[in-house]
Design a protein around this ligand. Structure first.
Ligand SMILES: Nc1ccn([C@@H]2O[C@H](COP(=O)(O)OP(=O)(O)OP(=O)(O)O)[C@@H](O)[C@H]2O)c(=O)n1
Ligand SMILES: C[C@](O)(CO)[C@H](O)COP(=O)(O)O
Length: 260
């Protein structure tokens, strides 16, 4: 029997991934038509932004929500959110910060990222304009990031055939190509990222002065791989007036099905 003391057991545990959700909500909603900023418009009596914040806070992965308000509307948004508190089960886990946004979606997300505390290691960027995303979709994106993917997007196959055209105004547009539809996906949010990767992408693109329509597109430009997980038809973006009708119908169906 050895008289040497047993070596102490060394347990190596990876630091837990701490997610924040950044919700860009600073857009005007020009395509929706005249009225309040889109995120503040009501869906079944509750502002779209409140639905979006609740959708993110419903995920057990999320410990902080950063809402990016219209540039001159942060105080109004704070008041609105205080008047619509999270469910008790979510408010114990999740804080909600409000910061002012910028002139473009990209700038607004960048401002949201700058407000993150140091302990946040992963980010979900979610449009306020996608208020009805199911929690299972949020969790699927978070799980893929937690499993090691630096960038994850939820997406659906297309149902329409897509044509590439030479853009023209006021006359028929010549078709240039018909991309293979089975290779295309329509991308939704939340898009999930390792925090350092997303911050680098935003800093790089801001320096380039180049715009991008989604965050994953900026990460792609860094040469970092982006992966797709299944999206959900209820995660559609409220963009035009008909989308409001659809959103209210989805809420009515949820209420009828499970008392949501
Ligand atoms: N300067 C901007 C522009 C957009 N967004 C947000 O980005 C999301 C997706 O944008 P989109 O649906 O295009 O919203 P709007 O820009 O408001 O719409 P539109 O282009 O019709 O004005 C929305 O939640 C919107 O509030 C933002 O935070 N800051
Ligand atoms: C981020 C996005 O919702 C993914 O589909 C989309 O790109 C936003 O685009 P928009 O130009 O703000 O409509």
């Amino acid at each position: 029997m050895s008289d040497r003391a047993a070596a102490p057991a060394i347990s190596v545990t990876a630091a837990p991934v701490r997610f924040a959700a950044v919700i860009p909500a600073a857009g005007r909603g020009v395509r929706l038509g005249p009225g309040a900023p889109k995120a503040l418009r009501a869906l079944n009596g509750t502002p779209m932004l409140v639905h979006a914040v609740r959708a993110m806070a419903a995920s057990r992965a999320v410990c902080l929500v950063v809402v990016v308000a219209p540039p001159d509307g942060a105080a109004e948004v704070r008041t609105l959110l205080d008047a619509h508190p999270l469910a008790d089960r979510d408010s114990t886990r999740t804080d909600v910060l409000v910061v002012p946004g910028g002139a473009t979606r990209q700038e607004s997300v960048h401002l949201g990222l700058k407000a993150l505390p140091d302990d946040i290691t992963a980010v979900l960027v979610h449009d306020a304009a996608r208020p009805l995303v199911p929690v299972d979709t949020v969790d699927a994106v978070a799980a893929a990031v937690r499993a090691g993917a630096p960038a994850v997007v939820p997406a659906l196959p297309l149902t329409d055939t897509v044509k590439q055209v030479e853009p023209r105004t006021g006359e028929p547009e010549p078709v240039v190509a018909t991309p293979e539809r089975s290779l295309l996906r329509a991308v939704q949010t939340p898009q999930g990222f390792d925090r350092a990767t997303l911050v680098k992408a935003h800093e790089t693109v801001a320096l380039d002065g180049e715009g991008a329509t989604d965050d994953a597109g900026m990460v792609e430009r860094l040469g970092v791989p982006v992966v797709v997980v299944p999206g959900h038809e209820e995660a559609f973006k409220v963009t035009r007036p008909l989308d409001l009708v659809l959103a209210e119908a989805v809420l009515a169906r949820r209420r009828a099905n499970d008392g949501f």
